[in-house]
Design a protein around this ligand. Structure first.
Ligand code: NAD
Ligand code: LMR
Length: 335
């Protein structure tokens, strides 16, 4: 009788049996992100890779009675390749975080090499996987991954994502603090990129566009754009957002998995290789996309913008252009 109950509870349809690999799984984001994905019923294989401690994190999580098996890998024994083989979704939070006074771009010199190396391993071991990049500066690390995948002949624009979900979560939370609503029911569209002026929350498209006074709306936009700084300052040298980022990453990965599983109307904002402003030389842009069985199913436009938002987009594009070029040039210079 026990085995029958077990068989029923643990049986999984093909649409709910995915391998998710987390690279940088023992870090500040990696650990809670791994926990949240251990709780995701669509995950049957959770593979955790880090330079240190991944086996310990995996052993710890493996005692949680959900259906996934958890494997931990380090550099030894070809651990990176084994972590990635047959992965459906790869999340990359590997890299150094900011300290007070730093911009995300200040992380480029260290994180660009880390992300490039991990992208090469993805290209070699799981060329069809959806790759979700968390490591900063996202505006540049996503172009790095694209260039690596292109060089290896396996780039699929439908399956490369910069994770900007934390900007959406912040926008939803911060606007609810102003209007007194349930933050879980808010859904602010945040477009552009993931740093300062490139983060463009479209407040005019919310139901509160006429009710939030301009001064408060301006302060809200500033707060969303610099939400990361708030956490970096509060952590006072010990890193940047980890727990809220883990929630954001788990939500985004959950949506990618829902899309792969064929669920309908799965919508997330994400930074992707996008046609929206390609004619102006901006090759990547964050906007809402519908996710499907092949990854990105539909890229949505920005919708109707206020004059102020048009200006913000123009400003964002100038910074994005430089950030994207920096990532592409890095791969060219280090081929
Ligand atoms: P952390 O230092 O706590 O953890 C990073 C982990 O990466 C460490 O465990 C480290 O051992 C590992 N690592 C380093 N090089 C590696 C490699 N080559 N292979 C595998 N693992 C490697 O940092 P954190 O707080 O978890 O932040 C990680 C990154 O995420 C930072 O770049 C940070 O800026 C970024 N971040 C992005 C967002 C976002 O919204 N996209 C939000 C928060 C943080
Ligand atoms: C964030 O937005 O919290 C992250 O990008 C981390 C950071 O450096 O602010």
């Amino acid at each position: 009788m026990f085995s029958r109950i077990a068989a029923r509870n643990f049986s999984s349809s093909a649409a709910n049996a995915y391998k998710v690999s987390i690279l940088g799984a023992a870090g500040g984001i990696g650990q809670p992100l791994s926990l949240l994905l251990k709780l995701n019923g669509k995950v049957t294989d959770l593979s955790l890779y880090d330079l240190k401690l991944a086996k310990g994190v995996a052993a710890d999580l493996s005692h949680i009675p959900t259906k996934s098996v958890v494997h931990g890998f380090t550099l030894a024994d070809d651990g990176l390749s084994r972590a990635l083989q047959n992965a459906d979704v790869v999340l990359i939070p590997a890299g150094v975080p900011r300290k007070p006074g730093m911009t995300r771009d200040d992380l480029f010199n260290t994180n660009a090499s880390i992300v490039k190396g991990l992208a090469e391993a993805c290209a070699e071991n799981c060329p069809s996987a959806a790759i979700c990049v968390i490591s900063n500066p996202v505006n540049s690390t996503v172009p790095i991954v694209r260039e690596v995948l292109k060089r290896k002949g396996v780039f699929n624009p439908q399956k490369l994502f910069g994770v900007t979900t934390l900007d959406t979560l912040r926008a939803n939370r911060f606007i609810s603090e102003i209007v007194g609503s349930d933050p879980a029911r808010e859904d602010v569209s945040v477009v552009g990129g993931h740093s300062g002026v490139t983060i463009v929350p479209l407040i005019s498209q919310t139901q509160y566009s006429d009710t939030i006074p301009k001064e408060k709306a301006d302060a809200l936009i500033q707060r969303i754009q610099h939400g990361g700084d708030e956490v970096v300052k509060a952590k006072d040298g010990a890193g940047s957002a980890t727990l809220s980022m883990a929630q954001a990453g788990a939500r985004f990965a959950g949506s990618v998995l829902s899309g792969l599983a064929g669920e309908q109307d799965v919508l997330e904002a994400t930074y992707i290789d996008s046609p929206l402003f390609k004619d102006e030389g901006i090759e990547f842009f964050a906007s809402r996309v519908t996710l499907g069985p092949q990854g990105v199913k539909e890229i949505h436009g920005l919708g109707l913008l206020s004059v102020a938002e048009e200006d913000m987009i123009a400003t964002a594009k100038e910074t994005l252009r430089k950030n994207i070029k920096k990532g592409i040039d890095f791969v060219k210079a280090n081929a």
